[in-house]
Design a protein around this ligand. Structure first.
Ligand SMILES: O=C1O[C@H](COP(=O)(O)O)[C@@H](O)[C@H](O)[C@H]1O
Length: 261
């Protein structure tokens, strides 16, 4: 069952990143208070890294019990360990290296010089196995019920490494797949699929900047998920689009009415 998207539009991308970071802190602290731990899926890209950087400089970040936080990734660029273009490398720089995480709870996707060598499909299968191991009877299948899963939105409406019309976005069985021939470099990637994304309690789509305006308008105007993968990303209990005014500038007025005078 899909949840109708809710929209929050901030003045600019800096404010959006700060507000999203504050929202994430509250979610994590609440989940830890009620269950003992929290699980979050990170995204790569400018907006995801902007949020992590904002979280890093938010004084309230110390409210999080970092040792009881599980981190997963929505996708990864299949490159050697430590490559500056890897999403995990960028996340480490923006935040992860400066907080006391439990390394056993940081579930980076495999690198192209790791145990699976250049075989992105085998690496994807291994990540699916790691997710399945972390999924208990209280979850709904072979993927944990993440508290929050974040996704950047590409100008072509891609989310994670689910690009329009490529086989990965059509996947209905597997939770993680290898991606070959991605239109955005690098061509080889690993990604959660739409069924895995939809296992999350809350899915947050982050879109800031003019170059995201068309993508946001298309995805929020009833487009199909094969042509516009962002349209197929929703959470079990909430789907939240966090935008700045530039990214919201082409939304239909019924979704984003002009501000009151
Ligand atoms: O390559 C990727 O791009 C998307 C969007 O990134 P952005 O810089 O246009 O915001 C990102 O969400 C994804 O994780 C990443 O691998």
């Amino acid at each position: 069952m899909s949840t109708a998207p809710q929209l929050v539009v901030h003045h600019d991308k800096e404010l959006m990143a700060q507000a999203a970071a504050a929202r994430l802190i509250t979610k994590i602290v609440d989940a830890q208070a009620s269950r003992g731990y929290a699980s979050v899926v990170l995204t790569g890209g400018r907006n995801g890294n902007g949020l992590l950087a904002a979280l890093s400089s938010a004084p309230a970040r110390d409210a999080i019990d970092w040792g009881r936080l599980d981190l997963w990734w929505g996708d990864e660029r299949f490159l050697p360990e430590g490559d500056p273009e890897r999403n995990v490398t960028q996340a480490r720089e923006a935040l992860l290296d400066s907080v006391p995480l439990d390394p056993h709870r940081v579930h980076a996707m495999p690198a192209s010089d790791g145990p699976y060598g250049k075989d992105a499909d085998a690496a994807a299968e291994a990540y699916a196995g790691e997710l399945a191991k972390a999924s208990g009877p209280e979850n709904h299948g072979t993927v944990p019920t993440f508290d929050v899963l974040m996704l950047g939105v590409g100008p072509d409406t891609h989310v994670a490494s689910l690009f329009p019309e490529l086989p990965a976005v059509r996947e209905t069985e597997r939770m993680v797949v290898g991606v070959h021939g991605a239109p955005k470099p690098p061509p080889t990637r690993i990604t959660l699929t739409l069924p895995a994304i939809r296992a999350a309690r809350e899915v947050w789509l982050l879109a800031a900047g003019e170059d995201k305006a068309t993508a946001a308008a298309i995805a929020l105007s009833g487009a199909g998920e094969i042509q516009a993968p962002a349209a197929g990303a929703y959470g079990r209990s909430r789907t939240l689009w966090l935008l700045d005014a530039a990214a919201a500038s082409q939304l239909p007025r019924s979704l984003y009415p002009p501000a009151s005078p």
